[in-house]
Structure formats: structure tokens, C-alpha cells
Design a protein around this ligand. Structure first.
Ligand SMILES: Cc1ncc(C[n+]2csc(CCOP(=O)(O)OP(=O)(O)O)c2C)c(N)n1
Ligand SMILES: CC(=O)[C@@H](O)[C@H](O)COP(=O)(O)O
Ligand SMILES: [Mg+2]
Length: 639
């Protein structure tokens, strides 16, 4: 008799309810299947892989023990949530993750009832979880709230603000510290060193002693008080872990890949009637179970499509160096001439190119961990002492440090240089990561200079200009991905602050571009010229202060003036309109139009599609000009 192949357990799990009755052996099998499915899916789409591989067993155990979605399970950052998506009804759609029209690469409330909190930025989980748990307590609702936060995410101030609050409360919030000794890059800082010390100094909970240990760790209140009094009397209190000092019940460390360790510990924590927050220290391996990921320095944190057998990633051959690489090279060049230049990254040395800077200037490079707020004020301090700090931070992550930019830098007019990478649409990371707000939040600040290089050569000039600018804060923003291939100068020129360059002189339509949309403006100008409309193209170079002299001249000599920017409404165009209105430049029939990103959040997609949806292409510029002039738009080619 031929044996029928066993049905994979994963095929029987439509929702977590289907796995609640499984034995430990079956849960282990399920975890293996989830891991294989995850690798297969991400090999086809690309995405975040290493972090998900590391939490496969933890994810299975959590959904087995807790009654999700009634119990709330919050994943910090959300980049490790792919196994969670597989087990929560999104196994098939995982094949569309981060693809146009597909599911999000992060947790998203609107995507599933199993995602109680959306994320993409790190270190928010404990705050959100505490809010949920306190709300439940207020309502008399006994559901559990579990937050999973990584060791990297534990470096951010928000996590400590939340623990400080939680530790003084009686709500049984459950925090799982997923310690894989990795951030995107190797983790940095004293907290990371502290966690390693905890691991080497504490006995791990083993399958054999879990029940005993847990009973000892969760004594009733009376026993606890008596035990504590006795310990004090005998001088045995030497201090617990930092988490205990903060008011958490610390459980661990435990091996996060062993189902027979995870499940009983989680059940114990679930069932104890302990009042107050609990922290379970779970040790995992980023990239676990997929040899190419385990062997890679970055543990396959974020990958493009890859061959499952070899692990080789499919990478399109770039046509030009990335903006990030150009920035790094230009900064290194400046730093060779000026030993006061120092560079700061908030846990993104590779992403910002500062890993290259560090290779040449190790003592002048500072990775402060996921701590954008601190990064900015740390830079302010360096500037106070005469250094020239370049804080290289993605546009989206700089949002977190806004008060530091305002209060610590701009008000004191300190010459901190902000190298704002990933400005504009970023593509597959989606709404949480779009770098579209920085023009709005920076251009309104007194003292701030904001440069918008239109290509890589202009970026090199921006770096030189920032290095030379000692009068106050200065920022320059540039997009994700490769440049357009312009020839690069050996060293940048110092640009006159607030001066634009005019690339094409005309008399009817004036296109004022800030940033890389310049290429679209130039092509639009050709189209308009072909329709008999003489067009000026200005590369404004500076969104703040902008070239008011040029604006006055163009306003006086043109019929239509159009601004184009890779940022949300409320940025350059809004400031220009306000200036023109105040100066009376709009009083004589001049038609002004501002092209900016519309007032809604944009999901993941290809950046060029996102710009098309935002109506910021060559064709949109042409159409805007024609409409303003009251001319038909037939024949205007859409991009
Ligand atoms: C505020 C913020 N800064 C930076 C990042 C970029 N980032 C995403 S994941 C990550 C590393 C997180 O490390 P950890 O929490 O330990 O998770 P792991 O990848 O190791 O599982 C970083 C720096 C972010 N998402 N949010
Ligand atoms: C999860 C996260 O925030 C990062 O991993 C981010 O996705 C990196 O983006 P880049 O690929 O643009 O460096
Ligand atoms: Mg980690």
C-alpha cells in the first residue's frame, strides 16, 4: 500500500485558532513549514527576511499560547512580522508583499484584525501596548497585551519612556525582548553590552527547570514581600536586572528557538496573576534556519529577490552610483581637508553610506543607535565646541527628532549639517517611510537653510556648501537609489546661499524646480517649446532661503509660474506663494501653480508610479502649464 504524503500542518492553519490545540512536536513542525514558506515567498518578492527568520518559533508559540486577535500582539518596527502574516490569513498574499497593489511589508491596522498597531518606525510598541493594556484595565477587560521589541529597538528613548511609565503601573503588560544581538548593523551602545552581560551572567531557563523557576519568579504578593524582607535582612539584595529595577518582572533568558522552552514560559506568564509589567528576555538568531542568511554579515535584513538554493540575490546592474554613495564620497573628500568634520548616524551606517566614512575616519564617526533625537542634540553639542557635525538621517526618521531640530539646533542657530537621505518617495517601504515631509517641517524654521540638489553633481556641491556654512543649521535632501549619471566633480563648489541657477531662459512659462524633478521640468520645457511656449527652467537649488530676486524677475516677465517639488504640500511652493502674495506679485494676473505631493499617505509602489500618482511628471507639468494658459491639453504626452 502506498502511503499518502502527510498534509503540511500549515495547510490546516487558516487562522491562529487552528493551532491552539497542537502538540509541541506539531508546533515544531509548523515552525519549520512557516520558515520554508517565508523563504520561498521572500525569494520571489524581496523584502525583510533576516528578522522574520529569527522569530519563526516565537511567532508560532505566541499565536499558540495567546488568543489572538482578542489578545493584542504588537510587533515593534514590524519588519519581522512576515511569519505572523503567514499564520494570520495572509499566507497567499505574502507573495505580493511590498509589490504594487500587494500587502504591506509592515503591520497595518487596516490590513488585518491581527495587526492591532501599525509600525515601520521602531520602538513604539511598549508605549502603544501600555496604552492598550491600560484601556483594557479601565474597561475591566482581561485580554492580554504582548509587545515584541528587538534589542536594536531597545536603544531608542521611546522604549525607556514607556518602560519608565509601565514600571510604575499595575497593568500586566507583557514585553518580549527579542535579543538577536543585531540591529540592521551590529548593535552599538552600552545597553547592547549590558544585554550581553545579562546573558553571560544569568542561567538560562531550561526545559527542565522552567516550572520551578517560574513558580519562584512569580510568588504571591505576601510570599514576595516576605522573601524580599528576608533578603534585605540577610543583605542578599544586590540589584536585579535593569528591567527589574525599572519595575518589570524579568523572566529569562530563554532560547527563542526551542518550542519546549517558549510555550511553557509564555503559558506561565499568561496565567500568573502578577500585577505589573513582565519582560521576557528571549534570545534568537537573526537569519535563523537559512544558511545564506545566517552566514551573511547583515543576516539578510533586507533582500532583493534571490535564488533559494544559493542565496544569491538578483540585483539590477546600476547605471550610476547611488545618491548615498555620492554623498559618502563627497563627505570623505571634505573631511580630508577639514578635520573638524564628524559624521553621525542613528543605526543606519550602511543605509546612509557612513560605513564608508567610518572606514577612513573611525574616530570621527558616531553610530548612536536607533536614537534620532539624541543624534541631533549630540550633533548640536559637537557644533557648540566648534566641530562640523553631519547628521546623516533618513527624511522619515528625522521626523522623530523634530523638537531637537527646532529647540536644540535652530533656536540656538548651531551649524549642524543635516544630510537627509531617502527624501521623496522611497518605494516598497510604503507610507511609514516616505520622505515627503521634510521640506514642510524644515522650511518653516527660522535660521534653517534647506538645499535640494537636483542631481548627484549638485549633491557634491551641497556637501561642500554645508561644510563651509558655519552661520547656522543647513540641510540638504536627496533621494533613495541611483543618480542620473551626471559627471561628478572631484570636489564640490561652495554655492552662494539662496541663489538659483537658470538653465533655460524663456518668456511665457517659468518652471521653478527644487530637487531631482528638474529632469522632468527640462523635458516638459521641450514639450512646451514644441507647442510654441517659450519656457524658463530654474533649478532653485535652495528651498530656503530661496532666490527672491529671481522670483521677482520671473514674475514680472512670465505669464505662468509653476513650482515642482518632491515633497508634500506646505513646502517650497507654499512658501513661495506666501512670499508672492505678501509682495503683491500675484496682483497683476500672473498665474502661479504649485505641484507637490497631494494631501494623503502613499502606499508602497515603485517611486515613478508614486510620482505619476502624485501628478508630478513631465506630462503633468505640461498639462498644468497648458491649463493655466487656458489651452487644450490634447496631445500632451503622459509619462
Ligand atoms: C525610528 C527608526 N529608526 C531607524 C529605523 C530603521 N531600522 C529598521 S529595523 C532596524 C533595526 C532594528 O533592530 P532590532 O530591533 O534589534 O530588530 P532585528 O532586525 O534585529 O530583529 C532599524 C535601525 C526604523 N525603522 N525606525
Ligand atoms: C525596516 C526599516 O526601517 C529599514 O530596514 C528600511 O526598510 C531600510 O530602508 P532602505 O532599504 O531604504 O535602507
Ligand atoms: Mg535585533
Amino acid at each position: 500500500m502506498t502511503q499518502r504524503p502527510a498534509t503540511p500542518i500549515l495547510d490546516t492553519v487558516q487562522t491562529p485558532a487552528d493551532m491552539r490545540g497542537l502538540s509541541l512536536d506539531k508546533l515544531r513542525e509548523l515552525a519549520d513549514e512557516v520558515r520554508a514558506d517565508l523563504i520561498d515567498a521572500v525569494s520571489r518578492t524581496g523584502g525583510h527576511l533576516g528578522a522574520g527568520l529569527g522569530v519563526v518559533e516565537l511567532t508560532v508559540a505566541l499565536h499558540h499560547v495567546f488568543e489572538t486577535p482578542r489578545d493584542r500582539l504588537i510587533w515593534d518596527v514590524g519588519h519581522q512580522c512576515y511569519p505572523h502574516k503567514i499564520l494570520t490569513g495572509r499566507r497567499e498574499t505574502l507573495r505580493t508583499i511590498r509589490q504594487p497593489g500587494g500587502i504591506s511589508g509592515f503591520t497595518l491596522r487596516s490590513e488585518s484584525e491581527y495587526d492591532p498597531f501599525g509600525a515601520g518606525h521602531s520602538s513604539t510598541s511598549i508605549s502603544a501596548g501600555l496604552g492598550m493594556k491600560v484601556a483594557c484595565d479601565l474597561m475591566g477587560d482581561d485580554r492580554h497585551v504582548v509587545c515584541v521589541i528587538g534589542d536594536g529597538a531597545m536603544s531608542a528613548g521611546m522604549a525607556y519612556e514607556a518602560m519608565n511609565n509601565a514600571g510604575a503601573m499595575n497593568s500586566k503588560l507583557i514585553v518580549i525582548l527579542n535579543d538577536n544581538d543585531m540591529s540592521i548593523a551590529p548593535p552599538v551602545g552600552a545597553m547592547s553590552a549590558y544585554l550581553s552581560k545579562v546573558l553571560s551572567s544569568k542561567p538560562w531557563l531550561s526545559a527542565r527547570n522552567i516550572a520551578k523557576e517560574m513558580a519562584a519568579r512569580f510568588p504571591g504578593p505576601l510570599e514576595r514581600a516576605a522573601k524580599r524582607a528576608e533578603e534585605y535582612a540577610r543583605g542578599l539584595v544586590t540589584g536585579g536586572t535593569l528591567f527589574e529595577e525599572l519595575g518589570f518582572y524579568y523572566v529569562g533568558p530563554i532560547d527563542g528557538h526551542k518550542m519546549d522552552h517558549l510555550v511553557p514560559v509564555l503559558k506561565n506568564v499568561r496565567d500568573t496573576n502578577h500585577e505589573g509589567p513582565v519582560l521576557i528576555h528571549v534570545v534568537t538568531q537573526k537569519g535563523r534556519g537559512y544558511p545564506p542568511a545566517e552566514a551573511a554579515a547583515d543576516k539578510y535584513h533586507g533582500v532583493s529577490k534571490f535564488d533559494v538554493v544559493t542565496g544569491d540575490q538578483v540585483k539590477a546592474k546600476p547605471n550610476a552610483p547611488s545618491y548615498t554613495a555620492v554623498f559618502a564620497k563627497a563627505l570623505i573628500e571634505e573631511a580630508r581637508h577639514d578635520d573638524r568634520i564628524v559624521a553621525i548616524s542613528a543605526a543606519m551606517p550602511g543605509g546612509t553610506g557612513l560605513d564608508k566614512f567610518e572606514r577612513e575616519f573611525p574616530t570621527r564617526t558616531f553610530d548612536v543607535g536607533i536614537a534620532e533625537q539624541h543624534a541631533v542634540t549630540f550633533a548640536a553639542g559637537l557644533a557648540c565646541e566648534g566641530y562640523k557635525p553631519f547628521a546623516a538621517i533618513y527624511s522619515t526618521f528625522l521626523q522623530r527628532a523634530y523638537d531637537q531640530v527646532v529647540h536644540d539646533v535652530a533656536i540656538q542657530n548651531l551649524p549642524v549639517r543635516f544630510a537627509i537621505d531617502r527624501a521623496g518617495f522611497v518605494g516598497a517601504d510604503g507610507a511609514t517611510h516616505q520622505g515627503v515631509f521634510d521640506l514642510c517641517y524644515l522650511c518653516c524654521l527660522p535660521n534653517m537653510v534647506v538645499m535640494c540638489p537636483s542631481d548627484e553633481a549638485e549633491l557634491v556641491h551641497a556637501v561642500a556648501t554645508a561644510a563651509a556654512h558655519g552661520d547656522g543649521p543647513i540641510a540638504f535632501r536627496y533621494p533613495r537609489g541611483e543618480g542620473v549619471g551626471t559627471a561628478l566633480p572631484e570636489r564640490g563648489e561652495v554655492l552662494p546661499i539662496g541663489k538659483a541657477r537658470v538653465l533655460r531662459e524663456g518668456t511665457s512659462v517659468a518652471l521653478l524646480s527644487v530637487g531631482p524633478r528638474l529632469a522632468h521640468c527640462q523635458k516638459a520645457a521641450e514639450d512646451l517649446a514644441a507647442k510654441g511656449l517659450s519656457t524658463t527652467v530654474a533649478d532653485m537649488r535652495f528651498a530656503k532661503p530661496f532666490d527672491t530676486e529671481l522670483v521677482r524677475r520671473l514674475a514680472a516677465t512670465h505669464e505662468v509660474l509653476i513650482t515642482v517639488e518632491e515633497g508634500a504640500r506646505g513646502g517650497f511652493g507654499a512658501h513661495l506663494l506666501q512670499f508672492m502674495s505678501d509682495e503683491g506679485l500675484l496682483d497683476h494676473g500672473l498665474k502661479v501653480r504649485t505641484l507637490a505631493i497631494p494631501d494623503h499617505f502613499f502606499e508602497h509602489d515603485k517611486p515613478e508610479t508614486q510620482y505619476a500618482k502624485a501628478r508630478l511628471t513631465q506630462a503633468d507639468i505640461v498639462e498644468t502649464a497648458l491649463k493655466a494658459l487656458g489651452r487644450g491639453t490634447e496631445g500632451a504626452a503622459r509619462a
